[in-house]
Write a protein that binds this ligand. Sequence first.
Ligand code: RAM
Length: 345
Amino acid sequence: MKIQTKRATALAALTLSAAMVLTACGGGSDSGSGSGGEGGGGATTVTFLPKNLGNPYFEASDAGGKKAVEEFGGTFDEVGPQEATPDAQVQYINTVAQQGINALVLSANDPTAIGDALEEARSAGTKVVTFDSDTEPQFRDVFVNQASAEGIAKSQVDLIAEQIGDEGKVAILSAAANATNQNTWIELMKKDLAANHPNIELVDTVYGNDDDQESFDKTAALLQSNPDLKGIISPTTVGIAAAARYLSDSDFKGKVQLTGLGTPNQMREYVKDGTVKGFALWNPEELGYLAAFTAQALVDGTITGKEGDKFTAGDLGDYTVEADGVVVLGEPTVFNADNIDDFDF
Ligand code: RAM
């Protein structure tokens, strides 16, 4: 209540000063103006921290976050490392805490390694929303999940099974070895393969660290050491795009099937040239939009993160917090030659 009143009265002044700060530092790091947590006495300050910068997936999610923050009259900032590692994220978390930013919205490179930094940020009054890749639940207020982990895992297993006739050797090309989201999906994929696809053998899991070149090189090495591979599952938009680029230009094109999680814009040419038959994803822009509205609901006290809490996320409508402080966006979409041109992200 107190927060809402303060926000209403000081909104105009704070919007102006936030705009001035933003202009002065080029959209950078001072936008919280050090006013402390708990609403900060004005427009809600929200900082997005992706796994790393330069990934079109996070460019889309953070653009969705920015759109939401603009809609509710807050101040948006995006910071992040070049490399998708937990250590690289810690310094940004510390800065956010020092600046008294109201809400930090992040995709975690590790479930525990950034926990201390997040705890400090939370004791300084910053609400913490994880999206895309979670930490352990005690380190954040809410996790905004893109879809059920089971649904994401199953759609990838179903796709590869269909593409290779439900038999043969497959491998996984993942992101960072400690990425919470990929590791959750990989565990569920392994269970699904073991239970429902006895003739598919998972021979290897390799990590491209959400780096394009590393993912490309790992694909080449995978095929060299497993010349009879029938399929690759890459549950990362960086990995699948790099693997598709490698395959499309090699003798393996059309012989080794590739599926996983990709953005339609990065995968379009490989679907059209026959390298890839189908893959899946949710809408990352909507994910960022929902995460930002979740942050706002925490900051203004509409929700605390407990099961059953309800809030409205702008154009996306109403959401309810589920067990363990999780909010779910929806189910993944499968993209193929028939529908890929209907999407632009
Ligand atoms: C990459 C990142 C992200 C994941 C998507 C599918 O962009 O690893 O965390 O959700 O792929």
